[in-house]
Design a protein around this ligand. Structure first.
Ligand SMILES: Cc1cc2nc3c(=O)[nH]c(=O)nc-3n(C[C@H](O)[C@H](O)[C@H](O)COP(=O)(O)OP(=O)(O)OC[C@H]3O[C@@H](n4cnc5c(N)ncnc54)[C@H](O)[C@@H]3O)c2cc1C
Length: 672
């Protein structure tokens, strides 16, 4: 595929930052990479000095393939591309330089042609290639991943999935090859989480057969729109659709915001969101619309249509159903954010664990100091997040497969909302722990963890604020639970396990194998059952006292979120054990054994960290104590394997950091 060279030539001129064009901004010393690669050429794996990897008890390559699922060569080809100096990390650049560099990098990535046919028809192969590309790019730099995710995933995904076949066929190829550069304008200053309440208006004007778009008040300005401030020429705009005086709710439109020369079109005003805590390679902008005329065939009409003479029709009966269907097709954004989040956690763990293996502190008098990783207290900080990262990656792979198959049902909404919330929280917590685990070195930008942490932070907010997402999960599955209650205990589907609620209570955890599926499912089901029952009772009490169902729900919001988390963590355990049984069935016992240890540590840690298990009676004090002991026990069991485990993430030395190798040589006087 030819990428639109004209687009990138124009953009590079517009984002003109001389230091970027001429590569003059200071580059950190990169000798450590040459050293690591030289070691590799000599047949020695580039580990930190003095670190001897234990003999792998599983096949590292197979583990990587299990985690990455597909496109292994493509991922490696991107890692090679990132050896080009354009991709070298630079720190302390100005906002203009960071934005310019992102454009420069985008051109080189787009030029590979990797996005060809990722939007047209949305085949599983195309989606896998797209996800693999974004994950690889995210390992190099998070801004770049988000910049491309907004253009191809959010803008392109909206046009191709919410446009009908004709619209998709017309525009998707031009989005893939960057002839049409776009952004995604949903959020407004006054409405972010509550997108149903956005105020931008699109009124159908019968005589001119156009939609007239207006920003009626300051709260309705479009806000945070990635790419809007400089690069985008088009936007997928979300607005309340009015036809013949009737509001039909939120609808998507393809709207031109700039001419190809970069000037804004009449009626559109664009401002900068300015410097952010991270992701400064992305030019987030604000937009106001004043009587902007949008052609009739630019309403993206897969779900709703307006005839030229002003008759509104829809495939769905109510505005709520239409809105739900629109959001379902946007679940891909949450899939990408979850995958991108785990990339950051995997990199941070790869760096911090290698450092913890080589760095020594304190020790017996007169003897060699002890390696950090040999302190149980240190292990307890890095090994549980490592185990959870493996569990979450395998769980996320089920979600990715569902999305790639085009399975857009209610389950996709629940999984993508819940997994995005828990995975992004997990990754941020892991980045913080990894930063601290590297001490002062963790605070140096060149060691990557700090910049990754600040850039990743917003993953908790965009594509749905995590708290709001957990509430949405509970709202969606609670009715299923209530059906079981109202039928006198005839629970179905996910809640079928409650048909034997008494048996669940009687299970004796201390007599079970903590690596088994039965053990993890018992603990997680007990919590979910208890919290959903508490929620039902609480809601019933409040509605009986005269509150409306909505008010009652809001009064129980803390319990609602706890129940949502309980549901998602149970789903995760179910899916994880599904993968384990599959591995066992295929005879991959080495992988399954290692992963079952990770699963057992993940379960023990989940219970140990959350008092809600004790509070709701899901575990007894003795069982909570057993879980606590299990955390330490499994950390010790996994300790010899931590290096091979992070090796299986597959990141080459140049995507790690100096402290992952010989941090003393890197900081020597000779390298000043
Ligand atoms: C860097 C960045 C890039 C972005 N890119 C885009 C983009 O390209 N396009 C786009 O359309 N949008 C974009 N967004 C917007 C993003 O999706 C919104 O910020 C997000 O949906 C949250 O909305 P908000 O900021 O208005 O927060 P609010 O909705 O105001 O939430 C603020 C707080 O209130 C809490 N809260 C809200 N409702 C409830 C409730 N019912 N109960 C309890 N607590 C509640 C939330 O948990 C949150 O902590 C971006 C945002 C950022 C920061």
């Amino acid at each position: 595929m030819n990428i639109s060279d004209a687009t990138f030539q124009r953009l590079e001129a517009e984002f003109n930052a001389p230091s970027v064009r001429n590569f003059t901004s200071a580059l950190p010393n990169r000798q450590w990479i040459a050293d690591a690669e030289a070691q590799k050429r000599n047949g020695v794996n580039p580990f930190p000095p003095g670190v001897v990897a234990s003999r792998p008890v599983f096949d590292i390559k197979k583990m990587r393939e299990l985690l990455d699922m597909n496109n292994f060569e493509l991922r490696d080809s991107f890692y090679e591309l990132f050896k080009n100096p354009v991709f070298f990390p630079r720190y302390n650049e100005s906002l203009a330089e960071q934005r310019a560099r992102t454009i420069q990098r985008w051109r080189l990535i787009a030029k590979t042609g990797v996005f060809h046919k990722t939007l047209q028809n949305f085949t599983a192969e195309g989606r896998q290639r797209y996800e693999a590309t974004l994950e690889s790019v995210g390992a190099m730099e998070h801004s770049m991943e988000i910049k491309m995710g907004v253009h191809y995933g959010l803008f392109g995904g909206t046009v191709s999935m919410m446009g009908d076949d004709e619209q998709s066929a017309k525009w998707a190829p031009m989005i893939e090859n960057c002839q049409m550069l776009g952004c995604f304008a949903m959020t407004e200053l006054g409405h972010g989480s509550n997108v149903k309440g956005i105020q931008t208006k699109a009124v159908y004007d019968i005589p001119s057969q156009t939609f007239i778009v207006n920003t009626p008040c300051e709260e309705a300005q479009k806000y945070w729109i990635g790419g809007a401030f400089q690069s985008a020429r088009w936007t997928a705009l979300f607005a309340q659709l009015y036809v013949q005086g009737v509001c039909h709710g939120v609808h998507p439109f393809l709207v031109r915001i700039r001419n190809e020369d970069g000037t804004t079109v009449p009626g559109v005003t664009i401002g900068d969101c300015g410097a952010k805590n991270g992701l400064n390679g992305v030019d987030n902008g604000r937009m106001w619309f004043s009587n902007v005329r949008v052609p009739h065939d630019h309403l993206l009409r897969r779900h709703s249509q307006v005839s030229r003479d002003g008759t509104f029709t829809s495939n769905f009966k109510s505005a709520d159903e239409r809105f739900g269907a629109s959001l379902a097709s946007l679940s891909g954004g949450r899939v990408s954010v979850s995958a991108g989040s785990l990339v950051q956690a995997k990199l941070a763990l790869s760096i911090a664990i290698r450092y913890g293996l080589s760095r020594k502190a304190f020790g017996p008098p007169g003897q060699e100091e002890t390696r950090l990783m040999d302190y149980p207290a240190y292990q307890a900080r890095l090994i549980p997040p490592l185990a959870t990262t493996f569990v979450m990656q395998l769980v996320l792979n089920h979600l990715k497969a569902k999305w790639e198959r085009g399975d857009l049902g209610r389950e996709l909404h629940v999984w993508s909302s819940g997994f995005k919330a828990l995975i992004s929280w997990h990754s941020l917590q892991t980045l913080q722990e990894a930063r601290e685990a590297c001490g002062g070195q963790g605070y140096k930008s060149e060691n990557r963890i700090g910049p990754m942490k600040t850039s990743h932070d917003v993953a908790l907010t965009y594509e749905g604020d995590n708290h709001v997402l957990l509430q949405a999960v509970t709202k969606t599955v609670f009715s299923e639970f209530m059906k079981g209650i109202q039928s006198g205990g005839n629970f179905r589907g996910h809640f079928a396990y409650l048909k034997d609620a008494e048996g669940l209570k009687k299970m004796n955890l201390s007599g079970m194998d903590p690596r088994s599926a039965a053990f993890a499912l018992t603990v997680m089901r007990r919590r979910e059952a208890a919290l959903f029952a508490m929620l039902a009772a609480d809601l019933q009490k409040r509605t009986a006292a005269g509150l409306t169902p909505l008010k009652a729900f809001n009064h129980c919001a803390v319990l609602v979120e706890d129940a949502g988390r309980a549901h998602v963590e149970l789903l995760m355990v179910e899916l994880f054990h599904h993968t384990l049984s599959d591995l066992q069935r295929r005879g991959e016992t080495e992988l399954a054994d290692m992963l079952s240890l990770c699963g057992a540590l993940h379960t023990a840690r989940t219970v140990d960290e959350q008092p809600v298990f004790l509070r709701c009676g899901a575990v007894s004090v003795a069982e909570a104590q057993m879980m606590h002991t299990n955390v330490g026990r499994f950390c010790g069991t996994l300790r010899p394997h931590v290096l091979t485990l992070v090796e299986s993430f597959g990141y080459p030395p140049h995507l790690l950091a100096p402290i992952a190798f010989d941090y003393v040589a890197h900081n020597s006087k000779g390298r000043l």
